[in-house]
Ligand binder design. Structure first.
Ligand code: SF4
Length: 329
């Protein structure tokens, strides 16, 4: 599977085609938590997936990692890593090993780290398991990784236990582990949300540097659109399990097209006026189906929005927007 990128053919590091995740409900139609989601991420590209809590961001991350929370039992669609379908990745003759080639960083680094093993043991264990290096080589590589993530006094930290690390330092160790085996794709699921703002910036800058320097693709999942503004190449906005806008970062922040994107921008710009102008009067009852999932919050809604669900379509300036009446021009 290939995409056109800057007039060259590039195989995406990650390709998602029509992914849907449904949860069965007794006596009712299933709850569709992710609906028909298609995305690609090129090697070296950082894509921010932005949405509020419950939009389906973490579910998508876990679906990619093959671990759906809450017993969601129906996932449809195709996923490919470096052009190979995920269904091939588990095969014993596959050169791609999902646990080695796709890494995930989550928001609670302490929960990721084993409290009874030292930092050095945890990194070397992963390296030895996936890269089959000798103990000495793995030790050397672990130290290299601690240096790369700017851990002060890395030789001493190799012998430290997780409870001896600050939150920022623990997150750096988790990033070191995530990148130690040269993955092609890193998924960061709200990885910095629990950190102080300054530490958050340092960790994001570090992740950005390591990802672009190694041609690793990154899916950065966040509720904070400011992270997308500063650290990502492209922005994808998720609302109630559907992508509603996908655009290059500069184009998106220059002029978002979807009404929900504009509401997010109001928060980013700390503009109560913009927020008030784009906040709709609530509807007296739930919108009928089919309808745009954003209709009950949308100031631009018209009768068509209640009778026809909008499709994700390419706009004149080559971005994707799911809206009958996008803000264009
Ligand atoms: S389709 Fe209609 S309701 Fe939905 S976002 Fe666009 S204008 Fe608003």
């Amino acid at each position: 599977m290939t995409i056109h990128h800057s007039e060259t053919l590039i195989t995406p590091a990650l390709q998602l085609d029509h992914i849907s995740v449904e949860y069965p409900r007794y006596g009712e139609s299933p709850h569709v938590a992710i609906r028909d989601l298609s995305l690609t991420i090129a090697p070296g590209e950082i894509l921010a997936l932005v949405g509020e809590t419950g939009a389906g961001k973490t579910l998508l991350a876990r679906t990619i990692m093959g671990a759906i929370p809450g017993g969601g039992d129906r996932t449809t669609g195709e996923m490919a890593y470096n052009g190979r379908p995920f269904s091939d990745l588990g095969a014993s003759d596959s050169p791609i090993k999902p646990a080695r080639d796709i890494s995930m960083i989550v928001s609670n680094p302490r929960r990721e780290l084993n409290p009874v093993l030292t930092v050095g043991q945890q990194i070397t264990n992963v390296i030895r398991h996936h890269l089959r290096l000798s103990a000495k080589e793995a030790q050397h590589r672990a130290l290299e990784m601690l240096r790369a993530v700017s851990i002060p006094d890395p030789e001493r930290r190799m012998d430290a236990y997780p409870h001896e690390l600050s939150g920022g330092m623990a997150q750096r160790v988790v990033i070191a582990i995530a990148l130690a085996c040269d993955p092609g794709l890193v998924i960061s699921d709200d990885a910095t949300s629990a950190l102080d703002v300054t530490v958050q910036l340092q960790v994001l800058e570090l992740l950005q540097k390591m990802v672009s320097g190694k041609d690793v693709a990154a899916l950065v999942i966040t509720r904070d659109i400011a992270i997308a503004a500063h650290f990502c190449d492209r922005v994808a906005i998720l609302y109630e399990g559907e992508l509603v806008e996908v655009a290059p970062r500069e184009a998106f922040f220059d002029r978002p097209h979807h009404p929900y994107s504009i509401l997010l921008m109001a928060a980013f710009a700390h503009s109560p006026e913009l927020r008030a102008a784009w906040t709709a009067e609530p509807l007296s009852s739930d919108p009928p189906r089919p309808a745009c999932s954003f209709a009950h919050r949308c100031v631009r809604r018209q009768s068509r929005c209640f009778s026809e669900a909008p499709m994700l379509r390419t706009t004149a300036d080559n971005r994707l927007t799911r809206c009958h009446f996008p803000v264009e021009g």
